[in-house]
Design a protein around this ligand. Structure first.
Ligand SMILES: Cc1cc2nc3c(=O)[nH]c(=O)nc-3n(C[C@H](O)[C@H](O)[C@H](O)COP(=O)(O)O)c2cc1C
Length: 222
């Protein structure tokens, strides 16, 4: 018999949403898209933070005690939900975005910086509407064991969609961003208290029991 614990709902604080983006360009539309989304979800009542990927070394080129790596991992741990916004480049996400994900381990001891968090994915393109980057981000979300919400945002010809001051123009694409943020807010409220419940796995319990038995046996024979 596999026992399933009863879920609890207790948190009342504003949902904590971390934004990651995948471009270092001065006028980066994927960053502007993330900033617009952050303004929207802040208005809904969320607490938002951004990670600046500039100066993050390539994965494994320095130790995990590098300040930019520590900052990224701390922000992930703080977050209850995340938004990943990447440009589409050559039909894929950028190395800037992927490098950030590659620095986030599934486990740091008992800490799981992404597992059980909600995730919304967004992309900008220079060409007509495309879904290559959001599809890849979904794949990465699964790999990081996150709950990627069904809705997503893909902004084509991004250079036409933003004002000089960086705000997104009113359009069906912006309306979609509001929909995505609303959905992320709701899913985060529903799921955030359930992370221990949702990430408690039979196979891991089995492994822990086997390890404990082996340790007891080894102590008994030494
Ligand atoms: C090297 C390169 C490859 C690109 N590949 C694509 C592509 O495959 N599809 C597309 O729609 N746009 C492509 N673009 C356009 C970018 O998606 C567009 O410039 C976008 O605004 C870049 O994101 P950013 O403004 O956040 O830097 C490419 C741009 C560059 C420089």
């Amino acid at each position: 018999m596999i026992e399933i614990p009863t879920p609890r709902v207790t948190a009342t604080h504003p949902p904590r949403i971390l934004f990651l983006y995948g471009s270092l360009r001065k006028r980066s539309y994927s960053r502007l898209l993330a900033e617009e989304a952050a303004r929207i979800i802040t208005e809904m009542g969320a607490d938002t933070r951004f990670y600046d990927p500039a100066e993050l070394p390539l994965v494994d080129s320095v130790g995990a005690d590098h300040p930019k790596v520590v900052e990224l991992r701390d922000l992930c741990e703080w977050s209850e939900g995340q938004v990943w916004s990447s440009p589409e480049r050559h039909g894929a996400i950028t190395g800037v975005l992927k490098n950030q994900i590659d620095w986030i381990p599934l486990n740091i001891g008992a800490v799981r910086p992404t597992q059980g968090r909600t995730l919304a994915v967004m992309q900008v393109s220079g060409g007509s509407q495309s879904f290559n980057a959001v599809n890849t981000l979904r794949l990465l979300g699964r790999w990081m064991r996150m709950f990627t919400i069904p809705n997503q945002s893909s902004v084509p010809k991004a250079y036409e969609q933003f004002e000089e001051d960086g705000r997104m123009k009113d359009s069906p694409f912006r309306d979609r961003v509001v929909d995505v943020m609303e959905e992320l807010y709701k899913f985060t409220m529903l799921l955030r208290d359930q992370v221990p419940f949702l990430t408690d796995r039979y196979s891991e319990r089995k492994e822990a029991t086997a390890k404990a038995v082996a340790e007891t046996a080894s102590k008994a024979t030494s």
